[in-house]
Design a protein around this ligand. Structure first.
Ligand SMILES: Nc1ncnc2c1ncn2[C@@H]1O[C@H](COP(=O)(O)OP(=O)(O)OP(=O)(O)O)[C@@H](O)[C@H]1O
Ligand SMILES: [Mg+2]
Length: 328
């Protein structure tokens, strides 16, 4: 059952560069349908538009970012609602229905307040907390459910390790048990052990609350261990989407193959597909398939036309002329 849907979504940063209006086409025609209770991963190199996409899915669109085209729907009480027409209502459903853990989010904890006070501030801005005893119990029970010690509530953020701070941030963002959690690189910048704990925490939340998680990370190893399905994003577009095992066992798009091939394997001396270069500037992306300048299979067709993201199998979509001749 679908819970969130984006149709032909285009979100651009509109910039005034030397008196000329230019657009950074960070999200450029995205169609996705996210199902209830799944962990949906979004992968791709830096600058591909992952953060912009999930900000837009969350409805956090502020200048210079603008939605140019398309719709985002949430299924609320069995009905698909267009979030850009919800206006004031969106604020009300946020955090209870959908929560967002921004990239580099450890800073949401107030550095000069005890953790419990961050919880009071956060819950208090969405709920009536006059019954402090009941809410305190809710907070403690929730931390316990997630395997976090309740004594951290009395600590200040600086007294906790980076990994613990990140887990507390995630607990804070999800304490009102939202149906959808959007997390942007929640484990990046942590050491491997702390990274595993954060991933385990997200898995536990999903298992206990039976909610949907949209997880952005450029780290394919993290996706392998947690995501049910993965969308591969390149230069503002989804170029492939499939269940995780399909992405890893039979990737189709040359870019996906590159991302998988770039995973270091111990003792693996096998040939790695190279894709020299870096993602293009989204101010002026290349004509045709945006990956063509880095693709060893590129033909004249790829330089001229944009391949459409099409179903090549059940639950498997690819945008590449090697598999379908459909154009956008
Ligand atoms: N506030 C902004 N104003 C103008 N351009 C922006 C802004 N924020 C992001 N961009 C541009 O939009 C594009 C997509 O950026 P975005 O942050 O969504 O990528 P990302 O995939 O999340 O990258 P990363 O892996 O580094 O987090 C990039 O070209 C970036 O430079
Ligand atoms: Mg990002």
């Amino acid at each position: 059952m679908e819970i969130l849907k984006a149709e032909n979504l285009r979100a651009y940063y509109l910039l005034d560069i030397g008196g000329e209006l230019k657009s950074v086409r960070a999200v450029d025609g995205v169609d996705i349908t996210i199902k209830e209770n799944e962990i949906y991963g979004i992968a791709g190199e830096s600058g591909c538009g992952k953060s912009t996409l999930i900000k837009t899915l969350y409805g956090m669109v502020e200048p210079p970012l603008n939605v140019i085209e398309g719709r985002v729907y949430y299924k609320i009480n069995g009905e698909l609602k267009d979030i850009f027409s919800l206006n004031g209502e969106l604020g009300k459903i946020r955090w209870k229905y959908i929560s967002y853990i921004p990239q580099g989010s450890m800073s949401v904890l107030n550095p000069v307040a005890r953790i419990i006070d961050s919880f009071w501030d956060f819950i208090g801005s969405h709920e009536d907390i006059s019954d402090r005893v009941r809410w305190k119990k809710h907070i403690e029970d929730y931390l316990t459910l997630l395997g976090l010690p309740t004594k951290i509530l009395d600590a200040y953020p600086h007294q906790l390790s980076g990994g613990m701070r990140q887990r507390v941030t995630i607990a804070l963002a999800t304490v009102l048990t939202p149906k959808i959690i959007v997390a942007d690189e929640p484990s990046t910048a942590l050491d491997v052990v702390a990274q595993r704990a954060v991933i385990q925490l997200l898995k536990d939340i999903q298992k206990n609350l039976k909610n949907t998680i949209i997880l952005v990370t450029h780290d394919m190893g993290v996706h392998a261990s947690i995501s049910d399905r993965i969308a591969i994003m390149y230069a503002g577009k989804i170029v492939e989407e499939a269940p995780t095992e399909v992405i890893f066992e039979s990737p189709k798009h040359p870019y996906t193959k590159y991302l998988i091939g770039a995973l270091p394997k111990i003792g693996d001396k096998s040939y790695k597909i190279s894709a020299p270069g870096a993602p293009p500037s989204l101010l002026n992306p290349p004509k045709g398939c945006r990956f063509h300048p880095r693709c060893s299979y590129a033909t004249e067709e790829c330089r001229e036309f944009v391949p459409r993201l099409v179903d090549i199998d059940t639950n498997h979509r690819v945008a590449c002329f090697l598999y379908s001749k459909e154009r956008e």
